[in-house]
Ligand binder design. Structure first.
Ligand code: HEM
Length: 426
């Protein structure tokens, strides 16, 4: 018999509002891991989908990438109505944007190979001095605020943006525009972030996304022209503009998808994690004191903050053949959710998963995913966050919350958008 998840729990794990509010999602996944760790969810307005709630199973599904693919259906959860419109608009594809997370097999390998060499640990080490210079600038901005700021809005949104844009080769004056478009893209359901700056239905959210996508395409069409005329090997956007597969430039959907994923995945996730890390620190004076006394623990703090926030809440996979998994019969064409937040709170892997602990050795979180699609920017993300804390923490005397933090409203990429803090400077 097919194992199922109750409609109540199913509706929570797809609800952007539940992610914004926090605890209900953790409670729902806790119950799912305990009672029905691999089972089918039945959420209103969505096709039924399997939920892979445990850490080991998320890794297992990701490893079997030719059986469980990204492209046949949307690689993020989307309501039935939205899936139909996207297929209509793209001429049959299930993903509006044909980025790395929407392709499989040989195409994915060839596309990933274009930027992969620029993102290795060794290459990222070579960027550290530049990143530190950027970090120092933002630390100074925070100190100049004179003891209180909204750490998310004033610092955490901007610093990773500046880092990734310098890696991509985007001029600094274009950053606010690209930040706005990224926030519209990931915050399509959030009235503060979305294009229309109001409460929207799923249909209106999609309409907003289409306009944002058109703006991104117009912007990046100019980037292609610029870098084909003047290639620059130090700029990732130039690698994308000039890359060829089988002697041909990337086609329109491939090239746009690549620019868009590089420009968006590269900062919102890191901003969310950075803001969530300071939130955690502001609530834990003993942790703050320990990091000040033992700065060599900053790496462990960064890693735990990535597990703690898990800014990418899920990706979806589609089975391409009938198969069996954990005693359940999966049919070709069925959809599976990989909820990283659940995997990163799995009691079988993490002691006291609901505690923030920098003593996890090793910290085996899967916030960056696993397998062939594992995050391309993971080494950059880790390095830039570590560098920020190395620059900021020695200068702070204390930090505490100065109001109630707020998260974005999204079931895909979600993290704090407001973290009001008060602090003293050494
Ligand atoms: C804390 C920060 C970040 C987190 C938590 C994160 C998380 C993720 C996750 C979960 C995936 C999907 C992995 C999978 O399907 O197994 C992913 C893919 C990706 N990430 Fe990140 N990411 C972060 C930062 C970055 C940065 C800084 C960049 C840019 C340089 C980046 C670029 C990408 C790209 C291009 C992919 C697609 C890879 C593929 O499909 O082959 N990410 N990321």
């Amino acid at each position: 018999m097919t194992a199922t998840i109750s409609p109540d729990l199913s509706n929570i794990i797809v609800d952007p509002l539940a992610y914004q509010n926090g605890d209900a999602v953790d409670e729902a996944f806790k119950a799912i891991r305990r009672d029905s760790p691999f089972a089918k969810a039945q959420a209103s307005e969505y096709d039924n989908f399997w939920v892979v709630s445990r850490h080991a199973d998320v890794m297992e599904i990701e490893k079997q990438a030719s059986l469980f693919q990204n492209s046949p259906r949307s690689s993020t959860i989307s309501p039935k109505a939205t899936e139909g419109v996207v297929k209509f608009l793209t001429g049959g594809e299930s993903n509006l944007i044909r980025s790395l997370v929407a392709v499989d097999g040989a195409e994915h390998k060839a596309l990933r190979g274009i930027v992969f060499p620029a993102m290795t640990p060794q290459k990222v080490r070579g960027l550290e001095d530049d990143v530190r210079r950027i970090a120092k600038g933002y630390v100074q901005q925070m100190l100049d605020k004179g003891g209180a700021c909204d750490f998310a809005e004033d610092i955490a949104f901007w610093y990773p943006l500046r880092v990734i844009m310098s890696v991509l080769g985007v001029p600094q004056e274009d950053e606010p525009y690209l930040l706005k478009l990224t926030q519209e893209l990931f915050g399509a359901s959030d009235p503060e972030m979305n294009r229309d700056k109001k409460e929207v239905t799923a249909e209106e959210a999609l309409q907003g996304l289409l306009k944002t996508n058109a703006d991104l395409e117009a912007y990046f069409a100019e980037v292609t022209k610029k870098f084909r005329a003047n290639p620059d090997d130090a700029a990732v956007n130039s690698l994308i503009a000039n890359a060829t597969i089988d002697g041909e430039y990337l086609n329109h959907r491939q090239i746009m998808g690549y620019y868009i994923i590089a420009a968006t995945a590269g900062h919102d996730t890191t901003s969310n994690t950075t803001a969530g890390a300071l939130w955690a620190l502001a609530e834990r004076p003993e942790l703050f004191a320990r990091l000040k006394a033992e700065p060599e623990l900053i790496g462990a703090f960064t890693e735990e903050s990535i597990r703690w926030v898990t800014p990418v809440k899920h990706f979806m996979r589609t089975a391409v053949e009938d198969t069996e998994f954990r005693g359940q019969q999966i049919k070709a064409g069925e959809w599976l959710m990989l909820p990283y937040q659940s995997a990163n709170r799995d009691e079988d892997v993490f002691d006291n998963p609901f505690e923030f602990s920098i003593d996890r050795k090793p910290n085996r979180h899967v916030a960056f995913g696993y397998g062939p699609h594992v995050c391309l920017g993971q080494h950059l993300a880790r390095m830039e966050m570590r560098v920020l804390w190395e620059e900021l923490l020695p200068l702070l005397g204390s930090v505490e919350l100065d109001g109630t933090p707020e998260r974005t409203r999204s079931s895909f990429v979600c993290g704090p958008k407001h973290v009001p803090v008060r602090y003293t400077v050494n």
